[in-house]
Ligand binder design. Sequence first.
Ligand code: APR
Length: 233
Amino acid sequence: MTKIVILTGAGISAESGLGTFRDVDGLWTRYDLNDVATPEGFARDPGLVMEFYNARRRNAAEAAPNPAHLALARLEAALPPGSVRIVTQNVDDLHERAGSRAVWHMHGELARARCASCGAGWPAPAEMRVADACPSCGVAATRPDIVWFGEMPYRMEEIWEALRAADLFVSIGTSGSVYPAAAFVQDAARAGAETLELNLEPSEIARDFDRGLHGPASEIVPVWVEEYLGARR
Ligand code: APR
């Protein structure tokens, strides 16, 4: 069974109306990531961080999956179970809402909250507040279940195992500027996988890939999926 590992970044959700981070009007051009995406920023001003993620949660709830998300769900449904694994850096739920089932969120999820005291997780309320008490331990130590800079991404052992077993690694909509995700292409290539970049334009790590297709994800991802499935009919 061919195993495909697909890494996605903010670019796959851009045409759903969710901002990217490093493009011209990206989130990090409007917010200082040290204030809203680090444990130190949260300790300094938890209210600012809660409002930042409440606003992103509202935006994500109003967004819809675009043809790129839907094409990946079609790919998964057309292949034997277990053939496709999405590892997303994104914290929105557009892959799931498009119908993808095998999705790992290595940077966490807007839809979840976590207790900084006991580690319990639960579905995030629409408006998370600093004073919210943990439903498990009762301590008012609620935080967004988002992996911040300086914290270890989720599921890394499982991700590295999937990359070692991959026959094909596809990177979609990511600038390749944040590790460890930016090294996944090298991990997969070392294990013998073919590697493909699908991005609006060549990323910082485009030279690490065997092939590249460039253009808006909502156009090039369905084209690639149809090409891939057509070659196997
Ligand atoms: N279609 C395809 N690619 C696109 C589109 C589009 N419509 N629009 C933008 N892109 C590409 C850009 O060319 C860029 O390479 O998506 C990429 C977005 O890069 P970033 O803004 O850096 O987002 P990402 O790579 O997901 O960031 C990685 O950084 O801040 C952290 O945790 C955050 O998960 C995020 C991580």
